[in-house]
Design a protein around this ligand. Structure first.
Ligand SMILES: [Zn+2]
Length: 214
């Protein structure tokens, strides 16, 4: 039998990038990405604290293939801070693609953290931008609020969820990934690589059924 995890006052659900562009029909769709919405709504109702992240790029962002002449989406290039996968234009500020999925209903979310708004730097993680040095402020926010354990759900498992999870651990938070509340892009085996990386860090990937309480 799977070990049960009880939700308590120090727990926060971090809902990563459940936005139109990452769902079927969007500019950078995660396969079956919209399937997580009803489950995340149900989970969020049971958490005392919820934070949403929102990928939020200016036009001509450096993570867009269209900003690099001759490059195609899903190629990797080298930018100032190292390798960067180039994506289709997505989650451009104030576009419908950047809005949360219409069925995502979490009115009690306490913070919407926008990331990726600096044109020169992408930000997969909710904690650090892709230069791995520029903090978003989320770690300080959670610490000041006395929140000590971060549960992650959302899109995409193998990019923004993965980086957010690893950084949460690095920042000293207890971390739990709710894997059935995530979907992956799976670029060149990135889903399996993510599972391996998280297991190597001792980070639990659990099923939502093992979460009890609240
Ligand atoms: Zn992005």
């Amino acid at each position: 039998m799977t070990e049960k995890i009880e939700i308590g006052d120090g727990d926060v659900l971090l809902v990563v990038d459940v936005q139109n562009d990452f769902c079927p029909g969007g500019c950078l769709p995660v396969p079956r990405g919209d399937e997580v919405v009803p489950l995340i709504n149900r989970l969020a109702n049971r958490f005392p604290h919820v934070v949403l992240t929102q990928d939020w790029h200016p036009p001509r962002h450096h993570s867009f293939a269209s900003s690099h002449p001759g490059k195609q989406p899903f190629e990797t290039t080298t930018v100032a801070y190292g390798p960067q996968v180039l994506w289709p234009d997505h989650c451009v500020q104030a576009t419908s693609g950047a809005e949360f999925h219409a069925e995502l209903k979490i009115p009690h979310a306490e913070l919407v953290l926008r990331k990726g708004f600096r044109r020169e730097i992408d930000s997969y993680s909710a904690f650090y931008e892709n230069d791995r040095k520029t903090p978003t402020g989320l770690a300080g926010y959670l610490r000041e609020r006395g929140l000590t354990r971060v549960f992650l759900a959302g899109l995409a498992f193998d990019f923004c969820v993965r980086f957010s999870t690893e950084d949460a651990k690095r920042e000293g938070f207890a971390v739990v990934v709710i894997e059935d509340a995530c979907r992956g892009i799976d670029l060149d085996g990135s889903v399996a690589a993510t599972r391996d990386a998280l297991a190597g860090l001792g980070i639990a990937c659990v099923d939502s059924g093992s979460i009890v309480g609240a």
